[in-house]
Design a protein around this ligand. Sequence first.
Ligand code: F6P
Length: 522
Amino acid sequence: MAITNINPTKTAAWQKLSNHFNLVKDINIKNLSREENRKDNFSLEFDDLHVDFSKNRITNETVKLLVELANEVNLKEAIKNQYSGKQINVTEGRAVLHTALRSSTEEPVLIDGKNIKPQIQSALRKIRSFSNKVISGKWKGYTGKAITDIVNIGIGGSDLGPDMIVESLQFYKNQLNSHFVSNVDGDHVSEIIKRLNPETTLFVIVSKTFTTQETITNAETIKNWFLKSATIFDIPKHFVAVSTNLEAVDNFGIDKNNVFPMWNWVGGRFSLWSAVGLSISLSVGFDHYKALLEGAEEMDNHYKNTDFDKNIPVILALISIWYNNFYLAETEAVLPYSQYLKKLPDYLQQAVMESNGKGVDRNGDKVDYQTGTIVWGSTGTNMQHAFMQLVHQGTKLIPADFIGYKESLYGLTDHHKKLMANFYGQMEALAFGKTKEEVHLELKFSGNEDKINQLLPFKVFDGNRPSNAIVFDKLTPRSLGKLVALYEHKIYTQGILWNIYSYDQFGVELGKELANKLLKNQ
Ligand code: F6P
């Protein structure tokens, strides 16, 4: 069997975790933080990545039992099976090999007995050569001018990944203007078109299936707009495609030399590492794109080879399961303290929720336990002035990942000190809160003794709200690759533990079908 099929709640480890939960559920992070070496014992380092998970409602025993659970459901075997190309996407009969896309080793990965590494290398060479020509200005538009603007036309995994990476790597960007059209809302494409000159714009149509309503509608609208100033013979200079559906690409009128491959062993939401990332390579140059892949590969090796108690994606996945399945927390927040990462929460919403938003287990039976978490978030410090009130003092338990960098990119150290003081300040406030006694003293010493009775309950912070600090030295293509791969592996780990299939997405079909029916009846 390519993938194990074990109901987690029927395992011995789950039983032990339930007993343990009943004993420790009221533990307080403030008390835990007084343990000797708490921070060191609950921190992990991997190259330029530092993860502090000490501000959680967990003890050594919690981690030990969660790791036992991972072992009991054969997570190790599941990881091995993913990397080696077994058909772990059982419902769609496919292997899942985004890890092979960023593997730089010669070690073959076989699908139906055929090594896929040569195709990956050849696609990378094509991406490099094309990106270099466009960026250097050697690639000319139909009036002989160099390309100034690139438009990625796609949706879901064919948009969110490249868009998020290009936004995150603004610092490393070249002179080309990058645009992303996704929504079938005609106002979206119209707003983009009005900024473009057809003579100097390159359109990258990204669609694994090349049948997605939004993408094809936008691509047709753009083609019609383009043909108002140019002819069909000019299309090869301005339109390229990334797809598995060569026939549909050909019917659209795209030159076969302008087609970049996609494979059915790469899921849409895990595809930015394939030619779906062409807009990334065009926007920041192939070398930075390659560094992104290398960073992801480093995380892949860490995930594959590290014992679970030291394995960053596994530990973060297990802690999230602890809150989701035992404390019954419904959501988790992703809070990057970098304006560059403002699109990360949107990207993760698809990656996490399309993958693990499943209510049927690998037997086809309805689960009677919680699965996929709801992920949301925004950048610090902006979100401190938006939703953090609820996270600090509301009635819900919301575990949060704080993502930050030791160094900023432009230097402004005064800003960065303030940014990171907020980063750590928020985590401390969440974890340790403010007691009645502290509020009492504070009001007294600020000359507000008369208001103590009236204000005290409103100014108390219960604390005991969990968070992880995920800190890299610096935002680089390589560290970004590591971060994204970290979350990808967290997703798979959770899918294995919840006994669900993470790599299909049948839940998005019904709404599409009904929309098509409604359209036909109009
Ligand atoms: O949202 C459903 C979905 O199938 C995603 O998984 C995928 O990323 C997106 O639609 C786009 O699909 P395509 O690349 O085939 O246009």
